[in-house]
Design a protein around this ligand. Structure first.
Ligand code: ASP
Ligand code: MG
Length: 450
């Protein structure tokens, strides 16, 4: 079987025609690349989300529409205003305008997804045209014919079996001769209604398509040359990691590293498909390979930071019947599809932080008033803000002596609000004050990773 590579390019990689040309170079450099998955051009999804929320006045809406149109027109101009694509983008901008007006009267999650999907629909049209101009036999594919989801607009769940069948039937026959260009982030339910997979979902789409097509590799092209030991904007000595295991990378993605959407690795792990992360601006800089097994497995590989964490502490109202309390709490959270990141418990109370990653496309808060009200029926609820989650990622951390003392010695000058250690050998996480987070990450990097 010949190798199949799925290449995904993020928003900054397709922000304009020059950036798109870099992507084309990368695509053409790897003959195994058969499918290209794109995000919307940088900034476009944010503009569409604002329109979908329907809260802008007429002038505000016009301003957003003008910005949106500018981004598309600039790319079209660089492509020399090709007739067919120019007409198609023009039509799509018209549809966006109509739907934005509808949203300002009354919005709902279905309309929002239909509107937000245009970002990817337009970027893929433009990129397909650019490739054709460069002589490539590129085929634009509407991913809504492949990516089958449930009807949970804003953060739909993918039906893996249906998606696999659709991909094999539709793309199987054409993959040998054409390069398929398609959208990340969006899908359709069984009735053909447009859905989205949650913000940043394009990486996940690429991995899902790779899984469905039995691909042999996935490339995620973004604006940084790989996954770093920590955020380089925070720590100047941070450096790219050449290789990292699936488990470590999954912990990193979940605990703050913004490079990959946290769900991306699930399909890759299921099918054991190696994932490469690199920069489309400087592909020669190399990047990070994520695989099931790596040549090295250091005790400390990286330190991740996630800001704006909310710590929710729940005290049982009925101290003497504390059993069943956790079950009830998690029942409420499960009903609202809220997933928990960190958790510590005592006999009568439980503290937890909530997972913000993959939040709804339409910007709804994770902890809604409704959830709070339901929890308050059961227990006293305390909410603390301005916290940050720091997570050390590595190997055998729960098995090696002295890990705790090394880590906490580095943190001796700081208050640690909550610690999670031991559940995974690959992760040691704690909550600290938001204002101290940068200093703490620097310190840990210096002591454990430099
Ligand atoms: N365009 C979508 C977003 O901005 C999906 C993605 O870029 O991955 O969230
Ligand atoms: Mg992204």
């Amino acid at each position: 079987m010949s190798p199949i590579n799925v290449a995904k390019f993020g928003g900054t990689s397709v922000a304009n025609a020059a950036a798109m040309n870099n992507c084309a170079d990368i695509v053409l450099a790897n003959p195994a690349t058969r499918i290209v998955v794109l995000s919307a051009s940088a900034g476009v999804t944010n503009l569409l989300v604002a329109l979908a929320q329907g809260e802008l006045d007429d002038a505000g809406r016009e301003a957003q529409l003008a910005k949106l149109s500018d981004i598309q027109q600039t790319i079209l101009a660089d492509l020399g205003h090709p007739a067919e694509v120019t007409a198609s983008i023009h039509d799509q901008l018209g549809e966006i305008r109509t739907m934005a007006q509808q949203a300002s009267q009354q919005t709902d999650a279905e309309l929002a997804d239909r509107l937000i999907a245009y970002g990817e629909l337009m970027s893929t049209r433009l990129f397909t045209e650019l490739l054709r101009q460069r002589g490539v036999n590129a085929h634009w594919q509407d991913v809504r014919q492949l990516m089958r989801t449930d009807s949970r607009f804003g953060k739909a769940t993918v039906d893996l079996n249906a998606t696999r069948d659709l991909c094999q039937q539709t793309l199987g026959p054409v993959l040998g001769d054409t390069l398929v260009i398609t959208q990340g982030f969006i899908g359709a339910d069984g009735d053909g209604r447009t859905t989205t997979l949650g913000r940043g979902g394009s990486d996940y789409s690429a991995a899902l398509l790779a899984e469905a097509l039995d691909a042999t590799s996935i490339e995620i092209w973004t604006d940084v040359p790989g996954i770093y030991t920590t955020d380089p904007r925070l720590v100047t000595r941070a450096r790219p990691i050449p290789e990292i295991s699936f488990v470590e990378a999954a912990e990193m993605a979940t605990f703050g590293a913004k490079v990959l959407h946290p769900a991306t690795l699930q399909p890759a792990v299921r099918q054991n498909i190696p994932v490469f992360v690199g920069s489309s601006r400087e592909p020669q800089a190399g990047g990070t390979w994520i695989r099931s097994t790596t040549d090295t497995s250091p005790l400390f590989r990286a330190v991740a930071l996630r800001r704006q964490q909310v710590l929710v502490t729940l005290h049982s109202l009925n101290m003497f019947h504390a059993y069943g309390f956790l079950a009830e709490v998690f029942g409420i959270l499960a009903r609202h599809r809220i997933s928990v990141d960190l958790i510590t418990t005592s006999e009568v109370s439980v503290s937890l932080t909530l997972d913000h990653t993959g939040s709804q496309s339409n910007g709804e808060p994770v902890l809604s008033d409704k959830v709070l009200a339901e929890l308050s029926q059961l227990c006293k609820v305390e909410v603390e803000n301005e916290l940050a989650l720091v997570a050390l990622i590595g190997n055998r951390m729960s098995e090696v002596n002295g890990v705790g003392s090394r880590v906490f010695d580095a943190l001796r000058d700081h208050n640690i609000r909550m610690i999670c250690y031991g559940a995974s050998a690959h992760n040691l996480g704690f909550l600290v004050k938001e204002g101290e987070a940068g200093q703490i990450v620097n310190r840990l990097h210096q002591e454990l990773l430099d």
